[in-house]
Write a protein that binds this ligand. Structure first.
Ligand SMILES: [Zn+2]
Length: 257
């Protein structure tokens, strides 16, 4: 519980790019074998030695609180070939960007929608499993703008509904939401009672969106990741650990643009 002393007043849901703790985390850069390499440095009390891992967030370095940057860089250099190979695999696995053409699919509440682009006055409508996008301008940018505008609107409505559904179980406060466009974070919460939710969550299945919504609502009660916080989350979503694992494993698929 020693961590609680440094509990921040604004807690972020660090999925998928940061750890579930309040320990110091910084993004750092170095050069290995002539290649620039970014990594997330995560120092913690309990850690005895420097460790390297590559997951859906990229390269992470775990280190004892007192490890010097020189020691860390030495470990990185000793494992340069491994790091570079793993990062290359990671880059290959990342979702390709969209072309915004007819026939392409995008995920909406976890279900595939097929894009159907047609010429005409700007309009978007959903006839599952088709998302019809009508535009006088067939450019990818025009189609993307219309589609994202529609997705953001759907996201805002969906988040409002789910917050209303869960709010009374967790907090008496009124909650305001803001749609975020972050590339590295699904949600965050401010002591003022405002929650930010990434509009791209609308790509995910509802049970994962619910996990993020409940996680942020629970921060209005507990601005930390203490056992008390997880007890609040668990009182609403008993299987939250499975959902958290699923988000960590799958969320890179939903960050496509
Ligand atoms: Zn959190």
């Amino acid at each position: 519980m020693a961590n609680l002393a440094s509990t921040p007043m604004s807690a972020q849901l660090e999925l998928p790019f940061a750890p579930l703790s309040v320990n110091p985390v910084v993004t750092t850069a170095t050069v290995l074998d002539g290649q620039p390499v970014n990594y997330i440095l995560h120092r913690s009390h309990g850690r005895r030695r420097i460790s390297l891992s590559v997951d859906d967030r990229g390269l992470r370095v775990g280190a004892p609180l007192r490890a010097s940057l020189r020691e860390i860089e030495t470990v990185l250099r000793d494992h340069a070939r491994w790091v570079i190979r793993k990062l290359a695999d990671w880059n290959d696995k990342r979702a390709p960007s969209r072309r915004w053409e007819s026939g392409e699919t995008l995920s909406f509440l976890g279900l595939p929608l097929k894009l159907d682009v047609a010429h005409g006055t700007s309009e978007v409508h959903l006839t599952q499993p088709h998302l019809h996008i009508v535009t006088p301008d067939h450019s990818a940018a025009a189609v993307a703008a219309l589609a994202k505008h529609w997705l953001r609107g759907q996201a805002a409505e969906h988040f409002h509904r789910r917050i209303e559904h869960f709010r009374s179980h967790i907090t008496l406060e009124t909650v305001s939401i803001r749609l975020s466009n972050a590339r590295s974070r699904w949600g965050s919460c401010h002591a003022s009672g405002r929650i930010s939710l990434n509009w791209r969550l609308i790509h995910m299945p509802q049970h994962l969106i619910d996990y993020v919504v409940v996680h942020e609502l629970a921060h209005l009660r507990e601005m930390n990741h203490s056992p008390r916080f997880w007890a609040v989350v668990g009182s609403v979503i008993p299987d939250y650990t499975a959902r958290r694992r699923e988000i960590r494993r799958e969320s890179h698929r939903y960050l496509v643009d």
